[in-house]
Design a binder for this molecule. Structure first.
Ligand code: ADP
Length: 784
C-alpha cells in the first residue's frame, strides 16, 4: 500500500495530491488570515501606545522647561524690584543672582535711556560702558511689555537666550540676562524612550537646541529638514518620521509654552515595532507547525479516501479487462462502499450474461460446424454426382455421407422395380456383409414393407421403434442386426418412385426434422445420379450405334466411289478416243458436246476422288506411304502444274524456297496434293495480283506458306473452311467450282503427318495458308 501511495505525487493532478494540497491550503489560509489580522492589530496598538507614551514624555519635558524658565524669570524679576535702585545694589543683586542661578552667564543693567550702566559676569564687572541699547529689542520690548525673550542663538557651540526685564518704577531701566540653555540637556537627559529612544528640543526654524544624545552637537541645522520637524512647524502632528540616517521613527512632540520651541521624543520604528516582530516570528513558527500538521493530517485523510478509490479503480479496470470473477473489497461504510457493492453486482451480472453468451456461442458454433459438415457432404456428393458416371461409386458416397450426417449407424440405397413391385439393395454403409447378403437374397415386396408405404406416399417415413412395426422378413433381420429405428426416404423421379434411401440407428427414437430434410436432399441427389447413369448408358449405346452406322457409310462410300470411278474412267477414256478420232471423224457439233462430257466427267471424277479419299480416311483405310522426299521438288511440281492456270488469269507466281532444306520423310504424294489444293485455291479465288509460295525449315518442321492477294477470309469463317463440305460463300464460289472438301481432306493428311494447317487472313487483304509438317515423320497419326 505504501508503494501505491508513493505513486500519488501532489501537483501531478492525482486525487491524493489535490486532497493534500487543498487541506494544507485551507490550514495555511486560515493561519495566514488570522496572522495578518493579529499583526495589523498589534501594529496599530503598538504604534498608538508608543506614540501616546512618547507624547506624554514630550509634554513632561515641555512642562519642565516651562517651569524652569518661569523659575528663572521669577529670580531675575527679584533683581528688578523697586527697592533696588542704586548701581551698587544692582551689582550686589546681580552677583548674588549669578551665584544662585548657574544658567545665567551675564547680567547687564540698562539705564532709563537705554545706555548700559553695569555689566556683571562671573569673572568681571564693567561699570558705565555707556553703550546705547535704546533701539535694541532687549530694551525696547522689555520697556514696552515688561519681559522679553530673545530667540535662541549660539555662542561657540552652546545655545543661549537673552531675557530682558523692565525694572519697577518710572525709567528704572532694564535688566538684561544672558542665559545658557545647556540646562535643557539636564531636563531631557533622563528621558529614555525604550532602549534606543531619544528626545530633542528644536527652536525656531527647526534648529536643534538640545539632544538627549550628547553626541548630537548643538547648532545642528539638519533637523530642520526632518519631515516631522517641518510638519510640526506647519501645524501638523505626524506619528511616523525620519531620523538623520533617514530611518523611519515613531515620533511625538509637545510645544514649549511661550518659547516657540518643540520637544520631540522619538524611537526607531524597528525597535518600537519589536512586539510586532516577535508576533511575526511566533506566527511564522505557528504557520510552519500548522503546515506540518496539515500535511500529516491531509496525508492521513487523503490516504483514507484514496485507498478505497484505488481499490475501486483497480477493481474497475480488472472488470474492464474481463475479469468478471474479481470482487472489489471496500469496507468504509460510506458511499464508496456502496459504489464498490454496485460494481460487484454489475460484475456478477456481467459474469452471468457472459457465461450465457459463451454457451450460446458454443451452441451456434456446434450448429455451424454441423452445417459446414452438411454443406461439405452435399458438395462432395454434388461433385460426385456431377463428375462421375459410376453410379455405384456415387450411390456409395451418398449413403456413406447420409449415415454420417444423420448420426445413424447404418444405411442403404434400394432401387425399385415398378414392374415386379420389389425393392433391391444397391449400396449399403454400416451394415455387415451377412446382413447385406441376406437382404440382397430376399425379395423385398413393396406391399409388405414400409419402403412401399414411403414409395406410395412419396414422402419420408419415420420408424422410431422397429419392434412396433408390422413383422416382415426385412424388419426381422434388421432388428436382429441390432437396429431399432429407421428413416425411409423415397427416391422420386419424374417417372415416379425409383428407389429409397434408408438410414437406421441402433437407438430407438425419431430423427430430427432437419435430418429428414437433409436426407431428402441426399435422396434427390441419388435420383440425379441414377438418372445421369441411365442417360449416359443410353448415350453410350447411341454412340456405338452411330459409330457403326458411320463405318457402314464410309465403307459404302469407299465401295461406291470405287464402283463409280471405274465406269467413269471408262467413259472418259472412250470419250477421249472418240474426240481424238480413233473411231472415225465426228462432226464439230458432236465434238463440242463430247468436250463438255469430258469436262463434267473430270469434275465428277475429282468429286468422286475427294469423296473416296474422305471415306477412306474416315474408314481408316487410307494409309500414308512414308518415304524420303524433297520439299523443293514438291513446290516445283506444284508450280509446274498450276503455272499455266495462274498465267492464264494474269497472276504473278512467285516462289521462295530456303536454301539447303533438309530431305523430308513422309507421304510425298499426299503432301503434293495438299500444296496443290492450297495453291489451286489461291489462284482460283484471286482475280488480280500474285500468288507466292515460301518454304523453310525451323526446328525440324517444314513451314510452307501460300500467300495470295485474293478476297481474304473473315475471322468467323477461318475455322469453318477446314470442315467437310464447307465454303465461305456458296453462291460466289459456285461459279469458281469446288466441293468444299479440299481443305478438309488436306487438313486430315497434314494431321496424319503430325502437322497443322492454318490460315491468317483479313477480308480484302488476301490470305496466307500455312502448312507445317515435321521434316521427319516416322509414325503416321490417326486423323479420322
Ligand atoms: P473448294 O473446293 O470449295 O475450294 P476448299 O475446302 O478447298 O473447297 O475450300 C473451302 C472454302 O474456303 C472455299 O470454298 C473458299 O470459300 C475458301 N477458300 C479457300 N482458299 C481460299 C483462298 N485462298 N482465298 C479465299 N477463300 C478461300
Amino acid at each position: 500500500m505504501k508503494a501505491e501511495l508513493l505513486k500519488f505525487r501532489p501537483g501531478t493532478g492525482g486525487l491524493f495530491g489535490k486532497y493534500v494540497v487543498s487541506f494544507v491550503g485551507l490550514v495555511v489560509f486560515v493561519l495566514a488570515v488570522n496572522g495578518a489580522l493579529e499583526i495589523y492589530i498589534t501594529y496599530r496598538d503598538t504604534t498608538t501606545t508608543v506614540v501616546a507614551q512618547q507624547t506624554q514624555r514630550a509634554e513632561t519635558i515641555a512642562d519642565r522647561i516651562d517651569q524652569f524658565i518661569s523659575e528663572m524669570e521669577r529670580q531675575i524679576s527679584w533683581a528688578t524690584r523697586a527697592s533696588s535702585g542704586t548701581l551698587e545694589q544692582h551689582r550686589a543683586d546681580y552677583t548674588l543672582l549669578l551665584q544662585e542661578v548657574r544658567s545665567i552667564e551675564e547680567l547687564a543693567h540698562l539705564g532709563g535711556d537705554g545706555r548700559e550702566e553695569l555689566r556683571v559676569t562671573r569673572r568681571r564687572v564693567t561699570v558705565g560702558s555707556g553703550t546705547d541699547y535704546g533701539s535694541d529689542p532687549s530694551f525696547a520690548e522689555a520697556v514696552a511689555r515688561g519681559v522679553w525673550f530673545s530667540a535662541a542663538y549660539y555662542r561657540d557651540t552652546e545655545p543661549f537666550m537673552t531675557v530682558a526685564m523692565a525694572h519697577s518704577g518710572r525709567n528704572a531701566g532694564v535688566t538684561v540676562a544672558e542665559i545658557n540653555l545647556s540646562f535643557l540637556g539636564d531636563l531631557i537627559a533622563g528621558v529614555q524612550s525604550g532602549r534606543t529612544g531619544y528626545a530633542y528640543v528644536v527652536g525656531p526654524l527647526g534648529r536643534l537646541l538640545m539632544h538627549s544624545d550628547p553626541r548630537m552637537g548643538p547648532r545642528n541645522t539638519e533637523f530642520s529638514r526632518l519631515p516631522q520637524v517641518d510638519a510640526v512647524e506647519h501645524g501638523q502632528a505626524p506619528t511616523i518620521g525620519r531620523d538623520l540616517q533617514d530611518r523611519r521613527v515613531l515620533t511625538a512632540f509637545a510645544p514649549v509654552a511661550r518659547m516657540n520651541w518643540f520637544v520631540f521624543v522619538e524611537q526607531p520604528l524597528w525597535q518600537a515595532l519589536a512586539p510586532v516582530r516577535d508576533l511575526l516570528f511566533r506566527l511564522g513558527w505557528l504557520l510552519v507547525l500548522g503546515l506540518v500538521v496539515a500535511v500529516i493530517a491531509g496525508t492521513i485523510l487523503a490516504r483514507r479516501m484514496i485507498v478505497p478509490i484505488r481499490a475501486l479503480q483497480a477493481g474497475a479496470s480488472r472488470l474492464g479487462a474481463g475479469e468478471f470473477s474479481h470482487r472489489i473489497e471496500v469496507r468504509t461504510d460510506d458511499e464508496l462502499e456502496a459504489l464498490a457493492d454496485q460494481f460487484n453486482r454489475m460484475a456478477e451480472q456481467l459474469q452471468e450474461s457472459y457465461s450465457r453468451l459463451e454457451q450460446k456461442v458454443e451452441e451456434r458454433t456446434r450448429d455451424l460446424a454441423q452445417s459446414v459438415r452438411e454443406l461439405k457432404a452435399l458438395e462432395e456428393v454434388g461433385r460426385a454426382v456431377a463428375s462421375s458416371l459410376d453410379v455405384k461409386a456415387v450411390l456409395s458416397t451418398i449413403v456413406t455421407r447420409a449415415v454420417e450426417l444423420a448420426q445413424a449407424d447404418g444405411g442403404a440405397i434400394y432401387s425399385y422395380d415398378p414392374v415386379l413391385g420389389t425393392f433391391r439393395l444397391d449400396e449399403a454403409h454400416g451394415l455387415d456383409q451377412g446382413l447385406v447378403g441376406a437382404i440382397r437374397a430376399m425379395r423385398v415386396e413393396a406391399g409388405w414393407s414400409r419402403l412401399g408405404e414411403a414409395a406410395a406416399k412419396r414422402e419420408p417415413v419415420l420408424v422410431p421403434d422397429l419392434a412396433e412395426m408390422q413383422a416382415s422378413p426385412l424388419r426381422d433381420i434388421t432388428l436382429a442386426a441390432g437396429f431399432n429405428s429407421a428413416l425411409l426416404v423415397p427416391l422420386v423421379g419424374a417417372e415416379g418412385t425409383i428407389g429409397a434411401l434408408v438410414v437406421q440407428r441402433k437407438a430407438k427414437g425419431a430423427f430430427p426434422a432437419n435430418t429428414v430434410g437433409l436426407m431428402q436432399t441426399f435422396a434427390h441427389q441419388s435420383v440425379i445420379a441414377m438418372h445421369n447413369a441411365q442417360l449416359f448408358h443410353e448415350v453410350e449405346e447411341k454412340g456405338q450405334q452411330l459409330a457403326l452406322a458411320n463405318e457402314h457409310k464410309s465403307q459404302f462410300f469407299a465401295n461406291m466411289s470405287h464402283e463409280l470411278r471405274t465406269p467413269l474412267n471408262a467413259v472418259l477414256g472412250y470419250t477421249e478416243l472418240i474426240v481424238d478420232g480413233l473411231y472415225g471423224t465426228i462432226p464439230d457439233k458432236a465434238k463440242e458436246v463430247l468436250d463438255r462430257v469430258q469436262i463434267n466427267g473430270k469434275h465428277l471424277l475429282g468429286l468422286i476422288n475427294d469423296v473416296l479419299d474422305l471415306s477412306k480416311i474416315e474408314a481408316g483405310q487410307l494409309k500414308l506411304s512414308l518415304e524420303d522426299y524433297s520439299m523443293k521438288s514438291i513446290v516445283d511440281s506444284v508450280v509446274a502444274t498450276t503455272g499455266s492456270l495462274a498465267h492464264s488469269k494474269g497472276l504473278a507466281m512467285r516462289t521462295a524456297v530456303a536454301d539447303g532444306l533438309p530431305m523430308g520423310h513422309g507421304d510425298e504424294r499426299r503432301l503434293t496434293q495438299v500444296l496443290l489444293n492450297l495453291v489451286g485455291n489461291a489462284i482460283k479465288f484471286t482475280d488480280t495480283g500474285e500468288v507466292e509460295i515460301r518454304a523453310k525449315a525451323i526446328n525440324g518442321t517444314f513451314d510452307v506458306a501460300v500467300r495470295d492477294t485474293g478476297p481474304g477470309i473473315a475471322p468467323q469463317d477461318q475455322i469453318r473452311i477446314f470442315e467437310d463440305f464447307q465454303q465461305v460463300d456458296n453462291t460466289s464460289t459456285r461459279y469458281k467450282g469446288g466441293t468444299g472438301l479440299g481443305l478438309a481432306i488436306a487438313r486430315r493428311f497434314v494431321e496424319m503427318h503430325g502437322g497443322t494447317l492454318s490460315v491468317e487472313s483479313a477480308v480484302g487483304t488476301g490470305s496466307t495458308f500455312h502448312l507445317r509438317v515435321p521434316v521427319h515423320v516416322s509414325e503416321p497419326r490417326d486423323s479420322s
